[in-house]
Design a protein around this ligand. Structure first.
Ligand code: TEU
Ligand code: CA
Length: 537
């Protein structure tokens, strides 16, 4: 077990993200919950992870599946009780697993007490917890759009004002210019630290310093002031791990976010790699194929840019993203090989890896009838593009490829009804491929993706080169094979990944004879479809 009292323990850790609603139901209501997670802790111990990032479980009307919080200090009854949470924290800690809570500090639910008060009058003490602009109810203050579609401004006639919301109408933005609000948030964070929470994931943290009348959302002028205050006031313990979601991050900004002096956060989730298969100037729904050299140069920039000056997170999946094996792998005949290849590609790099629930067994995207999509972003997109006259088939293809719901189908535990997720009726459709793809089957198959991920995690812990090594691309312009070298003064690690379904030639550089990990049973002169290897020297 890692010594988590030391700052930087998380540089040797591997984290696992749980989307509680879809992980494990324990009481038959069809919704995942905290006791369900507790019942699966030993599965996660077997995988070898060191911490769990829990997507929000606080009180919420679920307009955005819990990212619309109405009480930061209360557990939503759909997930269980505060006692369930305290038991989970304790039992996880006994197993060497830290609980990392998802903090949504950019906005609350409209049902939060603060907003209910703020709406009552302009001079209510909570009014300035939010962002208001006078208006006539006809013309919003400006043409800013919300991430989930529509205007970013909603009018409250009783006040003669609009309030600002970067996301859903039900998610009013908090006003971080207000020091009283900021202190409320810091006090809430300390409440959770006292409960034994050992880390935080910070939702859209680079959007908190918004200046809506200047049309600024990400990377606002006071962002780093706020983050440094947040770190000083709330993240006081050396061992706390903090990861900020920063869609607008580049390497330069990330050296501030993850500065080694701990003045801001431990690391951020940046998304430059995730945007590479999106049409330039388009939205995530505007698809284009991934061009492998783009991915190589992107990852090279982050690996070299933060080596010694900051710290990377490493991820390809989360609750907002389509399943990577369907996106950049092959979820058909080469599902197992390509899932292992993608894991090899990522886990050989410098940074803290995050495994999203089901990634370790190669869960895939799902195609649903349009009316079955749950996600507010997907539903709004369908309506918006339908109204704009986009061809039905084009809209559907975008949704099949990019909907967040791809990641939110229930975890597939076994081949029994509802994949063992619930004994009731699941809140969301279980992927019909659960009979083939499930954890029980994986645990009974030594060649499963699960055991491959278990080996990746173990290798990272047993060879310092994974944490400390330099990064150099090998054969950088090769459009089919992503190969790179990690080196310290004692060891060298060569990672080789064929990102295609073709057999391709690749010359293994001299001196690398010891293949420590491979996703095919033997070694041949060429690289077979989605073949991945790790060599150590
Ligand atoms: O996501 C922020 C965010 O910008 C993404 O939702 C993005 O808009 C889209 O999903 C991918 O292009 C965070 C949370 O992760 C997400 O689940 C919440 O819906 C959102 O913030 C609002 O809290
Ligand atoms: Ca339940």
């Amino acid at each position: 077990m890692l010594d988590k009292s030391k700052s930087g323990w998380w540089k040797s850790a591997v984290f696992y993200q749980i989307y509680p609603k879809s992980f494990q139901d324990s009481n038959g209501d069809g919704i995942g919950d905290l006791p369900g997670i507790l019942s699966r802790l030993d599965y996660l111990v077997k995988l070898g992870i060191d911490g769990i990032w829990l997507s929000p479980v606080c009180q919420s009307p679920q307009a955005d599946n819990g990212y619309d919080i109405s009480d930061y200090r209360g557990i939503s009854p759909m997930f269980g009780t505060m006692e369930d949470m305290e038991i989970l924290i304790r039992e996880a800690k006994k197993r060497g697993i830290s609980i990392i809570l998802d903090l949504v500090l950019n906005h609350t639910s409209e049902e939060h007490f603060w907003f209910q008060e703020a709406k009552k009058s302009r001079d209510n003490p909570y009014h300035d917890y939010y962002v208001w602009v006078d208006g006539d109810g006809v013309t919003p203050p400006n043409d800013m759009r919300a991430c989930f579609g529509g205007s970013a401004w909603t009018y409250v006639p009783e006040l003669g004002q609009y309030y600002f919301h970067q996301f859903a109408v039900q998610q009013p933005d908090l006003n971080w210019e207000n020091p009283v609000l900021r202190r409320e948030l810091y006090s809430m964070i300390r409440f959770w630290v006292e409960k034994g929470i050992e880390g935080f994931r910070l939702d859209v943290i680079d959007q908190i310093a918004k200046v809506p009348m200047d049309k600024i959302t990400a990377n606002g002028p006071r962002l780093h002031d706020f983050l440094q205050e947040l770190s000083r006031e709330a993240f006081c313990e050396e061992g706390l791990v903090t990861v900020g979601e920063a869609w607008g991050a580049d390497v330069e900004r990330a050296t501030l976010y993850s500065a080694p002096d701990g003045s801001e956060l431990s690391m951020v989730f940046q998304f430059q790699h995730i945007g590479l298969d999106q049409q330039t100037g388009g939205e995530k729904w505007d698809l284009k194929p991934l061009y492998l050299p783009d991915l190589k140069h992107c990852m090279e920039g982050w690996q070299q840019g933060l080596n010694g000056t900051g710290w990377n997170s490493l991820f390809m999946n989360n609750h907002d993203l389509p399943r990577i094996v369907s996106r950049w792998g092959n979820d058909g005949v080469y599902r197992v090989e390509s899932a292992k290849m993608l894991g090899t590609f990522l886990h050989g790099m410098q940074g803290t890896p995050y495994i999203y629930q089901g990634e370790e067994i190669g869960m895939t995207n799902i195609r649903l009838p349009m009316e079955e999509y749950e996600d507010i972003e997907t539903r709004n997109l369908y309506a918006e593009r339908k109204a704009a006259g986009f061809p039905e088939e084009e809209i559907r293809n975008s949704i099949y490829a990019r909907s967040r719901d791809n990641a939110r189908t229930p975890m597939q535990w076994n081949d029994k009804e509802n994949a063992g997720f619930t004994t009731g009726s699941p809140w969301f459709r279980v992927n019909p491929n659960y009979k083939e793809i499930n954890a029980e089957k994986a645990l009974n198959d030594q060649n499963s993706i699960f055991y491959y991920y278990q080996k990746l995690i173990s290798l990272r812990k047993n060879h310092r080169v994974f944490r400390d090594g330099s990064f150099t691309l090998v054969d950088a312009e090769n459009e089919k094979v992503f190969a790179y070298l990690r080196e310290t003064d004692e060891e060298a690690l060569l990672v080789v990944c064929n990102f295609t379904g073709e057999e391709v030639p690749f010359a293994i550089p001299d001196g690398f004879a010891d293949c420590i990990l491979q996703n095919y049973p033997d070694l041949t002169e060429t690289l077979r479809p989605y073949e991945a290897r790790m060599y150590l020297r």
